[in-house]
Design a protein around this ligand. Structure first.
Ligand SMILES: Cc1ncc(COP(=O)(O)O)c(C=O)c1O
Length: 459
């Protein structure tokens, strides 16, 4: 009895559901206890296993590092493995970055980035800057504070009495831009909204703006329209607001560049990274800060007040270092760029299905938005659970996708994120597309049956 209770409680995230058990993974595939093979087009939950599953050389690194030293008295010591990895992180970032440190989760990294921004302003005597602006329908972590900063209505709802309601602006969602605007006018309207929000809130009260370069799981891989981030960065500078990029999901090659923002020629002040930086072999994330941000800490000889027990853990750093060796040795980021471009073209074939409204992506972070009608873009009712249905069908057919909803207004809107390991090849991309086609066909015929039944009951 106790054992079965523990087993059912251990299941995450739905304690009422029994999940099939995965036994092991190799490359882009994971295998369940019955030997069934699944192509992990989600890369863990989600976009984590960038270098693929089952890398024994990382197991060896963990064994070696744990055998030497697994945790340091970091209040008094450094170590080569930590120092060299942090230096490597700084070199991996754009020019002008000067310091990095690791934490364990994406939530911790983005929250640390925000805290760093607050302390930066305080050290410069700017004590009134505390607000953080972000965008609706975006996710920046699951602590109560990061839910407040983020804009995912579904996740915020339960905690709304705890939330302070920092300002939020519209996401840059080109697919659903107002019909009367062209892309450039749309960008200008978004930038005007940003600037108006800053002025209304009081520019001197805003510490930072946080954004993902490509809005990933919350909206299903939505890249920004051209020149959007250049405009955002210009406005941030104008009002003394620090620009933090949440690269938890988009960093470390996911979009075909070191960091997602590199695609748009914009350099932020602080980068938060996670997920793919360890490939899922160790809980690892990082804050990387520009020299502009670190300077007041150096000038005033003040430490950043954001420590965690597992910050700068040597095992995490050893794993991260090996992952970077693999990224370089196998040109994983180049593969993500090449395969990503190919994949997006292949996914466009899905427009043959009238419920496919939008196919989009950057590198190997791709998304498909499902609609009732391609020309009206009308979403399905939430009760139909279309993206969930697609995700479940794909799993039955041996492909793991990352379904989500809320892209339209935080509640309505079905999308599928497809973010396979970055080591995927063309044949494996075809496997995903073939399964998606089968699933879409089945879902469409089920929708037709439901509609017919509904119409016959009505008449
Ligand atoms: C963009 C983004 N930021 C932050 C997080 C939070 O990361 P973690 O779940 O590791 O705390 C996630 C996780 O999915 C994410 O996608």
């Amino acid at each position: 009895m106790i054992k079965s209770l523990i087993q059912s409680m251990a299941v995450c995230p739905d304690m009422n559901k029994v999940y099939p058990k995965i036994d092991y993974g190799k490359g882009v595939y994971v295998y369940d206890q019955n030997g069934k093979k699944y192509l992990d087009a989600s890369s863990g939950s989600s976009a984590v296993s960038n270098i693929g599953h089952g890398r024994t050389e990382i197991a060896d690194v963990i064994h070696q590092q744990v055998s030497k030293i697994s945790v340091l008295p970091t209040h008094a010591f450094n170590s080569d493995v930590v120092e060299s990895y942090l230096d490597r992180l700084v070199s991996f970032a754009p020019a002008g970055f000067s310091k990095a440190w690791t934490v364990m989760s994406g939530t911790e990294a983005v929250e640390s980035a925000v805290k760093l921004a607050l302390q930066f302003h305080q050290l410069r005597g700017d004590f009134n800057r505390y607000k953080v602006i972000s965008r609706w329908n975006t996710y920046h972590g699951n602590s109560v504070f990061m839910l407040d900063v983020g804009g995912m209505k579904i996740r915020r709802e339960l905690y709304k009495q705890w939330l302070n309601n920092f300002p939020h602006i519209s996401p840059a969602y080109n697919y659903r831009r107002p019909e009367e605007l062209n892309e450039d006018q749309f960008v200008q309207s978004l930038l005007a909204e940003f600037e108006t929000t800053i002025i209304e809130e009081g520019a001197e009260s805003i510490a930072a703006f946080v954004a993902e370069p490509v809005i990933a799981s919350a909206m299903g891989a939505v890249p920004p329209p051209a020149n959007y981030f250049a405009g955002i960065s210009r406005i941030c500078k104008k009002y003394g607001i620090l620009f933090i990029t949440d690269e938890i999901l988009t960093g470390f090659g996911r979009t075909g560049k070191n960091f997602g923002m590199d695609n748009y020629g914009v350099v932020p002040d602080i980068i938060a990274a996670g997920k793919g930086m360890s490939g899922g072999y160790f809980p690892l994330s990082a804050v990387i800060a520009s020299a502009y941000v670190t300077q007041p800490f150096i000038d005033t000889k003040t430490p950043f007040l954001g420590g965690y027990t597992f910050a700068c853990n040597p095992v995490g750093c050893a794993v991260g270092n090996k992952v970077m060796d693999i990224l370089e040795r196998e040109d994983v980021i180049g593969n993500a760029k090449r395969m990503g471009a190919l994949f997006l073209e292949k996914l466009k074939a899905l427009y043959e299905f009238e419920i496919v409204g939008d196919v989009r992506g950057e590198g190997l972070l791709c998304g498909v938005e499902i609609v009732q009608n391609q020309s009206t873009k009308e979403p399905f009712p939430v009760s139909m659970g279309i993206s969930k249905m697609l995700g479940e069908k794909a799993i039955q057919k041996g492909v793991v996708l990352y379904p989500g909803r809320g892209s339209v207004d935080g509640v309505l809107g079905d999308h599928i994120q497809i973010s396979p390991p970055l080591v995927i090849n063309e044949e494996q991309l075809d496997e995903i597309v073939d399964v998606l086609k089968e699933c879409l066909k089945e879902v469409m015929s089920e929708i037709k049956k439901t509609t017919l039944n509904y119409e016959s009951i009505e008449s």
